[in-house]
Design a binder for this molecule. Structure first.
Ligand code: NIG
Ligand code: FE
Length: 444
C-alpha cells in the first residue's frame, strides 16, 4: 500500500487559543482507491420501531471512496471516477476500510494506578469488597484531587494517542473522580482543553454521582444536593463542559430514588441522562433509564427480562462493556438475549484504572465475540453506528454515507471479521479524521 500523508496543521499555540484544530480540513479532495472491502455499519434504532433489518454491516467489494473537505462526497464499486486534478490518491492495497471507531463510555481522564486492587482480585477479593473497604473509585479520587489540570492533560494525551492509533476517532470521557465542585470542573475542563490538542473528538459527561466522597459519608443527602446544585451541575452545563449526565446507580453508590432526582435535575439543565446500570446487582437502574428517557444504560451485567422490555419500549440504547467484566473476571452481560430482544447494542471500553484498564476497542470486540457470542458484524455496528447514536451523533459519524463526516480507518487486513479475529493486535494501518490523513502513529 502506498499513500501520501497529508500535511497536518498543528495548533501553533499548543491548542489553547483560536489556532486551527489538528485534523481541520476544509478544502482538500482525497480519493481512496483499491478498497478490498468497504464496511458500512448500520444501527437498528428505536425510531423505526425495530422495522429495519438486524443491525450489522453492509459491504462493497473492490470499492473506492471520495472525500471532499471534511465529508464523504461519494463512493462505489470499481476504480471510481478519473482522478480530478488536485485529488490526493490513497491506495488501500485491497484492504478493508471502515468508519472511525467510537468509544462511547470511558473514564480516560484519571491519575494514579490501582494494580494493587488487580492483584487483590486475583487473590479472591471482589470489586465491591474493595470499594466497601475504602479503595476502588475513592483511591482514584484522592489521586485526581492532588493532580493539576495540566497533570491530567499530560496523563491523558498518550492514552488518546494510543486510542487513535487503534482507529478510534471519537471518545466520550466522564468526570467522577473529583467529587467536589473544583475537582469535577477540573476534570471536565481537562477534557475541553484536550479536545483541540489532538485529533480525537472528545465528548464530556458529568459523573458527579460516581460515589459519595468520604467527607460526605454521613451526609449523603448533602452530597446529592451539591451534585444537583447550580454551583456544580449548573456550572458544568453553563460552561458547556458536558452533554450528558451519568449516575452510578448501584448498591455501593446511589439508589434509584437518588439517581432519579439527579437525572431529572440534569434534564432541567439541558444535560442528557445516561446511567451505569445493573453492573453488580439488580436494583432497578435500567428501568430508571427507561423512566427518565436516558439515551443509554451502560453495563447491564445483571439486567433482567422486565428491564430489557422497559428499555426497548423507551428506546434506550444498551451499552455493553465486555472488557470490564473480562478484566474483573466476572460474568458478562447477556448480550445475545439483549440483541435478540431487539435492543440496539453499542460496545465501549469503560477504560478506567479500576475495573477496566483496557484502552483497545478492537480487543473489546474480540472479547464480545468470544465471550458474549456477538458476531463481528454486531460488534462493528456496536463500536460505530450504534455508539454514535449513544452519543447523539448518528447524523454525523459512525456510518459510511454521502455527507457523513470523513472519519475513516484503513486496516491492514482484508475484511472486518479479521479485526476481532486478530485478538490483541493493532490492525490499523491509517486513520483519517474529518478528511485529514493523519501521520503514521507509533504502534502501541
Ligand atoms: O464503569 N462502575 C463504576 N464506574 C467505573 C469504575 C470506576 C473505577 O473503578 O474507578 C465502571 O466500571
Ligand atoms: Fe464506567
Amino acid at each position: 500500500m502506498s499513500c501520501r500523508v497529508a500535511k497536518t496543521k498543528p495548533a501553533a499555540d499548543g491548542g489553547s487559543g483560536n489556532a486551527p484544530r489538528i485534523g481541520e480540513n476544509t478544502e482538500d479532495m482525497i480519493i481512496i482507491q483499491n478498497i478490498g472491502q468497504l464496511a458500512m455499519p448500520r444501527a437498528r434504532l428505536a425510531e423505526d420501531g425495530g422495522q429495519s433489518p438486524p443491525y450489522g454491516v453492509d459491504v462493497l467489494h473492490n470499492a473506492w471512496l471520495r472525500i471532499e473537505g471534511e465529508r464523504i462526497e461519494s463512493f462505489g464499486n470499481g476504480d471510481g471516477p478519473a482522478k480530478p486534478p488536485g485529488d490526493e490518491v490513497i491506495d488501500a492495497g485491497g484492504k478493508c476500510v471502515l468508519p472511525g471507531l467510537i468509544d462511547c463510555h470511558t473514564h480516560t481522564v484519571f491519575a494514579g494506578s490501582r494494580e494493587d486492587e488487580f492483584v487483590k482480585r486475583i487473590e479472591g477479593k471482589s470489586y465491591a469488597q474493595i470499594a466497601e473497604e475504602g479503595g476502588g473509585i475513592k483511591t482514584t479520587v484522592r489521586a485526581v484531587r492532588e493532580a493539576s489540570e495540566d497533570d491530567l492533560v499530560a496523563l491523558a494525551l498518550p492514552r488518546l494517542e494510543r486510542m487513535l492509533a487503534g482507529g478510534v476517532t471519537t471518545v466520550e470521557i466522564k468526570s467522577g473522580y473529583g467529587l467536589s465542585i473544583d475537582d469535577e470542573l477540573k476534570m471536565l475542563r481537562t477534557v475541553k482543553k484536550l479536545n483541540p490538542m489532538q485529533p480525537i473528538e472528545l465528548v464530556g459527561t458529568f459523573l458527579g454521582a460516581h460515589t459519595v466522597p468520604a467527607e460526605y459519608a454521613d451526609r449523603r443527602g448533602a452530597y446529592i444536593d451539591l451534585v444537583c446544585s447550580d454551583e456544580m451541575m449548573g456550572r458544568v452545563a453553563r460552561e458547556g463542559l458536558a452533554e450528558f449526565c451519568d449516575v452510578f446507580t448501584e448498591r455501593t453508590a446511589f439508589t434509584v430514588d437518588e439517581s432519579r432526582r439527579i437525572l431529572l435535575r440534569a434534564k432541567e439543565y439541558g444535560l442528557t441522562p445516561k446511567l451505569h446500570a445493573d453492573q453488580i446487582t439488580q436494583i432497578g437502574a435500567s428501568r430508571l433509564a427507561a423512566e427518565v428517557g436516558a439515551i443509554s444504560a451502560d453495563h447491564l451485567e445483571a439486567i433482567d427480562d422486565g428491564a430489557i422490555a422497559a428499555m426497548k419500549e423507551a428506546g434506550v440504547i444498551a451499552v455493553l462493556l465486555p472488557g470490564c467484566s473480562w478484566f474483573l473476571g466476572v460474568e458478562q452481560a447477556p448480550a445475545r438475549k439483549i440483541i435478540d430482544s431487539g435492543l440496539p447494542v453499542a460496545l465501549a471500553t469503560d477504560y478506567n484504572p479500576g475495573s477496566s484498564m483496557v484502552e483497545s476497542l478492537a480487543l473489546v470486540m474480540s472479547i464480545a465475540c468470544t465471550q458474549m457470542r456477538m458476531t463481528p458484524a454486531e460488534c462493528l455496528a456496536g463500536v460505530t453506528a450504534t455508539a454514535a447514536a449513544a452519543l447523539n451523533r448518528a447524523d454525523r459519524i459512525g456510518t459510511i454515507a454521502r455527507g457523513m463526516q470523513a472519519d475513516l480507518v484503513i486496516l491492514d487486513v482484508e475484511n472486518y471479521d479479521q479485526l476481532p479475529y486478530n485478538a490483541g493486535r493493532n490492525c490499523v494501518r491509517r486513520v483519517i479524521k474529518k478528511g485529514r490523513v493523519l501521520p503514521v502513529h507509533p504502534k502501541p
